[in-house]
Design a protein around this ligand. Structure first.
Ligand code: ZN
Length: 414
């Protein structure tokens, strides 16, 4: 059985799709997987395509994808979809686009909702970009919906940022947030056959004349008609030129490097300990979701049945950690006994720890009451439960942040 990360690097589409789901749901394997993938993410050019709604970004990205494929290169597309949510619309968006590139293993497409991600949209996008970049793709294209703060953050993930504008915007160019104008490496005037293209160009030149960039790059202005695939080769040319400039300046591997830096910093700050989730025992997940989803407005990212523990689980992302709703699947389960004795309420707190064996060894030596030896749970992560008598009255679950071996959970199930 090969390592999961190796499979992804080799371009295994199923391993890649499963990893994308894990990353979107921020499963406990996420950080380890990303850490393993980061060193191999450097080759891909990560392109951010942003601009106001109605600029024809999707059509432009599709045209770019076709050109890249004609050159026998591969790509991943991450589309941030305004109308979708994680469980529903994003999949529809995927299907529509999949038809255009159907049965082409050289294109991997993933749609993302604009909200509901643990740690925020920019973080989730960065992690997905890292995943696709490490899967041997030549290009990763991130397409955003608008030009707000989210887009600026998302664009920061990219090596090359393309800002798409259209004729008829005129003075509106000035109104586009200064931040996004400043981070644009390439300007595209799409629908350039429409009247007013020169006007937009003048507006852009006006903005560009205000200053010089430290890297010496003069952002080009490319005219395209995406619906007719016009100007796409000039755009790809500009993308490759700027990517080459960055490479020559030693600014490569931005996605992986940024990730490693971020994590080194956060690991240092927390000593490697993070809260993974809070487990809440409920009689009925449906009824509890009436509050968490219906009234509070949170969103479920994952639902599963765990037959081994006779429990049904619903995970709700909560800005890093998650809330885990636990419902007994059978009357003789641990959760059913907990409910009979204590009623609904906080069942356990789960902490991610850097080295489970080291921590449990330390705890055993100090006389803490472990409820089990480290064992492997759903998703392949290792965990231990500590009795409330040792922890100040709360059942504590310790999850290993860094499994020793990365296996593909689907292979284990087979
Ligand atoms: Zn738990």
């Amino acid at each position: 059985m090969r390592d999961w990360a190796d499979k992804i690097a080799a371009g295994d589409i199923r391993a890649l799709a499963r990893a994308a789901s894990v990353i979107e749901n921020r499963g406990p394997e996420t950080s380890t997987l990303l850490r393993e993938l980061a060193p191999q993410a450097g080759r891909a050019v990560v392109v951010g395509v942003t601009g106001p709604p109605g600029a024809g970004k999707s059509t432009l990205v599709d045209a770019l994808a076709r050109l890249i494929r004609r050159q026998a290169k591969t790509l991943g597309i991450i589309a941030v979809d305004p109308t979708s949510n994680i469980s529903g619309g994003a999949i529809l968006g995927d299907r529509i686009r999949m038809q255009a590139h159907h049965n082409d293993p050289g294109v991997f497409i993933r749609s993302m909702a604009t909200r509901g991600y643990v740690g925020g949209l920019a973080r989730a996008t960065a992690d997905l970009a890292l995943l696709l970049a490490s899967s041997g793709k030549d290009f990763v294209i991130i397409e955003t919906i608008g030009v707000g703060q989210d887009e600026v953050e998302v664009a920061n993930v990219a090596d090359v940022t393309v800002l798409v504008l259209v004729p008829g915007m005129g003075d509106d160019v000035q109104a586009i947030k200064a931040g996004i104008m400043e981070i644009a490496d390439i300007f595209v005037i799409n629908k350039a056959d429409h009247p007013g293209a020169e006007r937009v160009e003048q507006e852009i030149e006006g903005v560009l004349s205000l200053g010089h960039r430290p890297d010496g790059w003069m952002p080009p202005i490319v005219h395209t008609v995406a619906t007719e695939e016009k100007g796409i080769d000039a755009l790809l040319d500009a993308i490759e030129k700027y990517a080459a400039l960055r490479r020559d300046a030693g600014v490569t591997n931005s996605t992986g490097a940024k990730y490693q830096l971020q994590n080194a910093e956060s690991d240092l700050a927390a000593g490697g300990f993070t809260i993974d989730h809070l487990g809440i025992a409920v009689k009925s997940i449906e009824r509890a979701l009436g509050f968490y989803e219906g009234q509070l407005g949170m969103q479920v990212s994952l639902r599963e049945a765990v037959p081994l523990e006779k429990v049904n689980v619903a995970m709700l992302p909560a800005g890093g950690p998650r809330i885990e709703l636990l419902e007994p699947a059978e009357a003789d389960s641990v959760i059913a006994r907990f409910l009979a004795k204590r009623g609904e309420g906080l069942h356990h707190v789960a902490l991610r720890v850097p080295d489970l064996d080291a921590v449990t060894g330390r705890l055993c030596a100090a006389g803490a009451r472990l409820l089990n030896a480290p064992q492997t749970g759903a998703g392949g992560h290792r965990y231990v439960f500590i009795h409330p008598a040792s922890t100040g009255g709360v059942l504590l679950e310790l999850i290993e942040a860094k499994p020793t071996k990365f296996s593909d959970p689907m292979d284990e199930a087979r």
